[in-house]
Design a protein around this ligand. Structure first.
Ligand code: ADP
Length: 406
């Protein structure tokens, strides 16, 4: 069984093909083929990169639509140097990352006309993401035909068990009735980290209490008890919680009222300010990438120093807030670009937990650990660095759904 995964974003799209003919392996396998399309440099030009058979092929094409670029990308599965299959009919199923599943989708689901309608309806909650996710599903239908099963894997699904005291906002009760509540995101990554942590620790995921820290350009934490996410830092939208690359994270909502009254800010302007001009970028002024911020600090940039100190303070305080939902802590997990690559951030986060007996092994922390425990043997809590593999997690979900429906 070959499963294609499509992770479609607003200005980029990643795809992978996995060969699961031998069933689900215990260790995450390498994909047979990986492809990406990037429109971020020029919206009319699709920069396509394909890796397969030990080769990397790059080209840029003028593509008037996403579907045209995707068709071009998928041709490389059965043509040229990166060919890994003979015909599109060898693809048994397609798994899609869909950002918002609302309150109704608590699990991954096979795509039907009703599911497509719901993804479209939920676009009011995720206007940047759900429409492109739906476009990806429709493009695949056009290229592969409607007989190839497609599966929607929702970013919100892993947080479907949040208790009401966590997901209800203290506004008027009518908000909850309208769907204005905490949903949480990055669920596929948090769930993957739960399962990988259980594997690395030789424990059952249902017995573990974890704090998972997904620290990429977007960032969120989850408190996981008995296998379930019971609290998380992102909320109604992926703007809540931690300070991020260019997103503000949580702030006093009174600031928005002030900006509307005194600066005449419109909804679109607030959207741009809070999503694209805040966070590490907004404070440092040098960029939203932590590496740029650290390089600027080394040049003596004080705003960059402040940005890093704020990032650490906010990360520590939200780890504290996740902690109180648990009655003990087996492991803290660091994942995604910053979590996997920054010993400085891991050390700063763990330092604040020293009083609880959390002890980092600084040699392990500094030796590019991946899927490794970096705590000392005496540490009261394991500290894991896990390479998140959302595409592989989507392929696994797809495999499970396909086997349920046989
Ligand atoms: P996305 O949320 O876009 O998927 P990633 O998980 O790829 O993001 O994380 C990207 C971020 O990871 C970069 O913006 C950068 O801040 C951070 N990062 C990547 N490599 C390093 C590194 N070696 N040191 C510090 N930060 C890093």
């Amino acid at each position: 069984m070959k499963i294609l995964v499509l992770n479609a974003g607003s200005s980029s799209q990643k795809s992978c093909l996995y060969d699961l003919s031998g069933g689900l392996p215990e260790q995450p396998p390498e994909p047979l083929w990986e492809g990406s399309i990037d429109w971020s440099v020029h919206p009319d030009t699709a920069e396509i990169k394909v890796e397969a058979n030990g080769k990397v092929v790059k080209n840029a094409i003028a593509a008037s639509s996403k579907s045209e670029a995707t068709t071009h990308l998928l041709n490389s599965l059965w043509q040229g140097e990166t060919q890994v299959i003979n015909h599109a009919s060898e693809i048994s199923a397609v798994g899609h990352r869909v950002v918002h599943g609302g309150a109704e989708y608590r699990d991954s689901i096979r795509v039907t006309p009703a599911v497509k309608e719901a993804i479209a309806r939920l676009s009011t909650f995720a206007p940047v993401h759900n429409p492109v996710n739906l476009e990806g599903i429709e493009t695949m239908e056009t290229i592969l035909g409607s007989d190839v099963p497609q599966v929607a894997v929702f970013d919100t699904a892993f947080h479907a068990q949040l208790p009401p005291e966590v997901y209800v906002y203290p506004g008027p009760y009518t908000w909850v009735e309208e769907g204005i509540r905490r949903y949480g995101f990055h669920g596929t990554s948090h769930r993957y980290c739960r399962d990988r942590a259980a594997h690395l620790l030789g424990r059952n995921p249902q017995d573990l209490q974890l704090i998972t820290c997904h620290l990429g350009n977007g960032a969120s934490l989850a408190a996981i008890r008995n296998g379930y996410s019971i609290d998380t830092t992102m909320g109604f939208t992926p703007l809540d919680g931690l300070m991020m690359g260019s997103r503000s994270g949580s702030l006093d909502p009174g600031i928005l009222i002030y900006l509307m009254r005194n600066h005449g800010c419109t909804a679109d302007q607030l959207d741009t300010l809070l999503n694209k001009q805040s966070g590490l970028l907004g404070i440092s002024g040098v960029g939203g990438d932590l590496r740029q911020v650290i390089a600027a600090i080394e040049q003596g940039n004080q705003r960059a120093k402040l940005a890093l100190e704020m990032y650490i303070h906010r990360l520590r305080s939200l780890i504290g807030s996740m902690l109180i939902s648990l009655d003990h802590l087996d492991a803290i997990v660091f994942t995604a670009g910053i979590g996997e690559n920054s010993p400085l951030i891991r050390e700063a986060a763990c330092q604040a937990l020293h009083f609880l007996g959390v002890e980092l092994d600084s040699v392990k922390n500094n030796s590019h650990p991946i899927d490794t425990d970096i705590a000392t043997p005496h540490s009261s809590v394991r500290v894991l660095v896990i390479h998140t593999q959302e595409d592989w997690a989507i392929a696994q979900e797809c495999w499970q759904i396909m086997h349920q429906s046989v």
